[in-house]
Ligand binder design. Structure first.
Ligand code: FEO
Length: 394
């Protein structure tokens, strides 16, 4: 795939990673791959904004080479030090030893600790600008979106925002723009990305969008560092971020369970029936059969969560335990929860789930249900009632 001119004199020179299936050390299942987007601006000065994962350095060089000799780059803006965007920085420095690198103070420190390579680095802060000739670039620090070093770069003449990780999607496509892809698929990937990466940073994101609206006059295009570029409707993704960051939820319940011999599963299915009987939408997942990444995405806009497990060694089963630890890190706010489970000789799963939900700050809104061996018809009726009562509480 060749470089793509996204505006006159501004090029996408990123790479498409079609085959990556695990990201962030197996914490994110990238079923649709991803892209690492880098952008080249040709003005009186030449600027490269971000780079790509290190193993794609040569492809980045080749794309830049289609437009301009690599050594002509004057500035390298590093919006974020994580290696999916800075991995090719040493390669760029090798071919452009005179290039001036710009980023936040934490970026400078991070680049050193990633690569231990000397470079001509200029620290920039919110409001600092870089004159390119016809255009300028304005820098906006964005700590914790997604790391402490992160920043956005804005070009006022083009009304173009380069927000790095924000507004991205792990979505490998041959198309580069929002109006060229399936809208439902695009928004599903954007939501999954937010839920699994940015959810715990929601309050920071909400403030940053407010600040951004004060700092930049208007945004006609958003060019993130993953996935497609928002040119037709950048407001669509900004509004989606506002909704997710405000914790806006639907009357929807996600049930996640792990079962040893099927008793907990029987309970889960009855609870689901009880919820459905009240006209509330349910998504039910056996944790061992589904990707955690997909489940978390379903949870982002669900008002209720119900968790269940068989008991093993006086606690819950291990896959659900890992899932709940991950969920704890995402810090979901204002959600209601229920707990159920089964056991053979002694209980324990339900208590352990309750404990981690309390630590996570999720309110358990009804007494938990625990059943020995296989549930009887009476106990299954209790499960149905539990689901129905939970639905009524939403
Ligand atoms: Fe896409 Fe935080 O790196």
């Amino acid at each position: 795939m060749q470089a793509v001119e996204i505006k006159k004199g501004i090029y996408w020179v990123g790479v498409i990673d079609w085959n990556i299936r695990n990201f962030h050390g197996h914490t994110y299942a990238t079923k649709k791959g991803t892209t690492y987007n880098a952008y080249l601006i040709i003005d009186e000065k030449v600027v490269l904004i971000d780079s790509v994962m290190g193993n794609f350095s040569q492809e980045l060089r080749e794309k830049i080479g289609e437009i301009i000799p690599l050594e002509k780059i004057d500035y390298l803006v590093v919006n974020h030090v994580e290696i999916d965007h800075s991995g090719a920085v040493p390669e760029i420095l090798k071919f452009c030893p005179e290039v001036k690198v710009l980023g936040t103070a934490r970026c400078k420190e991070g680049l050193w600790r990633n690569f231990y390579v000397n470079m001509d680095f200029q620290v920039v802060k919110t409001g600092d600008t870089l004159n390119l000739g016809k255009r300028t670039l304005k820098f906006i620090e964005a700590p914790m979106i997604h790391w402490p070093d992160s920043m956005f770069t804005y070009c006022p003449q083009e009304e173009l925002l380069f927000p790095n990780d924000a507004f991205g999607q792990h979505y490998a496509t041959s198309e580069r723009f929002d109006d060229e892809v399936d809208q439902r698929e695009l928004m599903e990937e954007a939501k999954k990305y937010y839920a699994n990466i940015l959810w715990p940073l929601s309050s920071v994101i909400l403030k940053k969008i407010e600040v951004l609206q004060g700092l930049v006059l208007s945004i006609k295009m958003i060019a993130p560092s993953h996935g497609i570029i928002w040119r037709k409707d950048p407001k669509k993704i900004i509004n989606a971020y506002l909704s997710w960051a405000k914790n806006e939820t639907h009357k929807k319940v996600v049930i996640v369970y792990e079962t040893m011999y099927g008793a907990t599963e029987k309970m889960a299915r009855k609870i689901a029936q009880g919820i459905i009987s009240e006209g509330i939408s349910v998504k039910l997942f056996d944790i061992t059969q589904s990707e955690r990444t997909e489940i978390i995405s379903e949870m982002l806009d669900a008002q209720g969560f119900i968790f269940g497990s068989s008991t093993l060694d006086n606690g819950m089963l291990p896959t659900l335990a890992g899932f709940l630890e991950f969920l704890k890190g995402l810090k979901p706010k204002n959600r209601l929860a229920g707990v159920f489970g089964s056991y053979g000789w002694s209980g324990g799963a339900v208590k352990e789930i309750e404990k981690i939900l309390q630590e996570t700050g999720i309110e358990i809104v009804q007494p938990s249900l625990s059943v020995q061996y296989l549930p009887t018809p009476e106990e299954l009726k209790k499960c149905f009632d539990m689901g129905r009562d939970f639905a009524i509480k939403l």
